[in-house]
Design a protein around this ligand. Structure first.
Ligand SMILES: [Zn+2]
Ligand SMILES: [Zn+2]
Length: 318
């Protein structure tokens, strides 16, 4: 089958079909999304070698439990052992021996087919298009904040970073009742957020006043985002860290202590709430798709993402 394969560099490569382990389904990938994590993998994040890609929608073509046959599905990306104490607590996303599709020791979805445990699958409601379903995984990551924190109505939140993740996080917090300010640098992206009733602030030319928000979220995907999130948070406030990047962050640890700030790491989330938001159209994802490429132009798709104006780029394997 055709795939994008990373081994020191990304290439378009013919590889053997995935082998389906017991309990797994073989899925024909329909569409896949490229995210910041994939671009970090190309820089060395998680020392991954193989087929990247963890945001996808597909159709089951082989399975153990016949109920999945032919179903359009998305898949939770963490493959847990199923029997350790973390798995017993329903926290397979933190299972110490987990693999993560396209990120840690497991082939991903930038290919014609991918295998995944049936336990990881979620059927996609008919109302949700392939294009929208691809956003389930990043939207689940945005929803994770709501699993970790209680947002009281009217809570003022700053989301730093007007990229793909920032725009999803801002929408998720807004529909949860927060009063959201998106802080970014791209006019077109912030105009989009404005149409959703989100306040916007361009920090390209001026600085937002320090210690202005009880809750700030770094969704910049870069090391500088955390120090800005920390600068903007009030004493006793919380900074949510949503960025994964290759390298170390630089921030003022003194402010953390003096202002008694809580730093909250936040990664993958549950798929069910994300699919609900898509089904009920409580978040808008269609305008986030900048361009779609066929799989055999996958290298061009990655190249295209170097443009600052690009939001989500999809690969189409249909
Ligand atoms: Zn991702
Ligand atoms: Zn486990």
């Amino acid at each position: 089958m055709k795939s994008l394969y990373f081994d020191k560099e990304l290439t378009l490569r013919e590889v053997p079909m995935p082998t389906r382990a017991p309990g797994e389904a073989l899925i024909k990938v329909l569409m896949a999304g490229i995210c910041g994590t994939d671009r970090e993998i190309l820089k060395g994040y998680s020392a991954f070698r193989g087929i990247p890609g963890h945001e996808f929608v597909g159709r089951v073509v082989e399975c153990e439990d016949p109920k999945w046959m032919g179903k359009r599905v998305v898949g939770e990306i963490n493959i847990a052992c199923g029997h350790c104490s973390w798995c017993a607590r329903g926290l397979g996303r933190h299972c110490p021996t987990r693999t993560v599709m396209g990120i840690v020791n497991r082939p991903g979805a930038f290919a014609e087919y991918v295998a995944l445990p049936e336990a990881n699958l979620y059927a996609v409601p008919d109302l949700v298009t392939d294009q929208a379903a691809v956003f389930t995984e990043p939207l689940a990551a945005a929803c994770e904040i709501l699993e970790q924190l209680t947002i009281s109505p009217g809570t003022r939140v700053a989301v730093i970073g007007d990229g793909r993740l920032g725009l999803l996080v801002a929408q998720v917090l807004k529909q949860a009742g927060a009063e959201v300010t998106l802080i970014g640098r791209h006019g077109s992206k912030m105009n989009l957020a404005k149409t959703w009733g989100i306040h916007v602030f361009n920090d390209g030319t001026q600085e937002f006043a320090a210690s202005s928000f009880p809750l700030t979220v770094d969704a910049t995907g870069s090391p500088g985002g955390l120090s800005e999130a920390l600068r903007l948070v009030e004493p006793r406030g919380t900074v949510v860290m949503k960025s994964t990047f290759h390298g170390a962050a630089n921030f003022d640890a003194t402010k953390l202590v003096v202002d008694e700030v809580t730093l909250l790491g936040s990664r993958c989330g549950l798929f069910a709430p994300a699919l609900d938001l898509l089904k009920l159209r409580r978040v808008t994802v269609q305008p986030l798709i900048t361009k779609t490429f066929p799989l055999n132009q996958g290298l061009e798709a990655f190249e295209y993402l170097n443009q600052n104006s690009a939001l989500k780029v999809l690969l189409d394997m249909r």
